[in-house]
Unconditional design. Structure first.
Length: 248
């Protein structure tokens, strides 16, 4: 009940501040959990991890493999506010970005968590979330990939969906698993803090110029590949494309 009342008050604050100061009051994180199989990632494994100048996030897949985790719940890793919730297409599909505030070394810091390739969006821009609250379901990026969650954590609050405009290294990104493990339980100096929003850089260039979350030819360990496409057929998923390229 207290969280509901506080959420209503914060929603009013959002309406009042978003156009004026571009800052809103958000709950300070009391800890961070994993985005699937809450709180510890039970039933999932990290098929691919974060690599600077390479894969800039983590791919979480159900242990049963294939598309068995399609439609499974995805959770906010900590208290925060939704700063993006939309279908970005471009190899991403439905994406949610949540901004979190936390205390470390006596200072209040901010971090963004991104949840990509979602099948369903269950939150909206400006919505306040608590740790472990469901924000969507695992998807395939609009049919492009085997079902999995693409998960990122960003230090730079300007990135949003404009990844091509920023360095692909530790100055911008966190290793998600390492960050979560290092911040499982946190002290809370106060209930809320003012956080900046609407900080994202604009996405420039044509639709085809934008960088997808996964490379062409992407597949996940244990993923069940679709049937071989008919000759001349346009691959519907990147793992179809990988099979075609391997035949050449």
């Amino acid at each position: 009940m207290r969280f509901l009342i506080a959420s209503l008050a914060l929603s009013f604050s959002l309406c009042a501040d978003v156009h004026a100061e571009r800052k809103v009051a958000i709950f300070i994180a009391d800890g961070f959990d994993f985005p699937v199989g809450k709180p510890d990632g039970d039933g999932y494994y990290k098929a691919r991890g974060y690599t600077p100048h390479g894969h800039l996030g983590e791919d979480w897949n159900g242990r049963a493999g294939g598309d068995t985790d399609l439609g499974a719940p995805v959770y906010s890793i900590a208290h925060g506010i939704v700063v993006y919730a939309n279908n970005f297409y471009r190899g991403w599909g439905n994406v949610v970005i949540v901004r979190h505030a936390y205390q470390e070394d006596g200072q209040i810091k901010f971090v963004d968590s991104l949840y990509g390739h979602l099948d369903k969006l269950q939150v909206r821009y400006g919505q306040h979330l608590k740790r472990g609250q469901q924000l969507g379901t695992i998807g395939t990026g609009g049919g492009l990939y085997p079902a999995h969650l693409h998960f990122e954590m960003r230090k730079d609050l300007r990135v949003g969906m404009a990844r091509l405009s920023f360095p692909k290294d530790d100055s911008v990104y966190w290793s998600g698993t390492q960050f979560i493990n290092d911040h499982r339980k946190l002290a809370i100096p106060s209930a809320t803090v003012m956080a900046p929003i609407d900080t994202f850089s604009p996405v420039t260039g044509k639709m085809d110029d934008s960088e997808p979350a996964e490379p062409r030819g992407f597949t996940l360990p244990g993923a069940k590949l679709p049937p071989k496409p008919l000759p001349g057929a346009v691959p519907g998923r990147y793992d179809d494309l990988r099979k075609l390229l391997e035949k050449k």
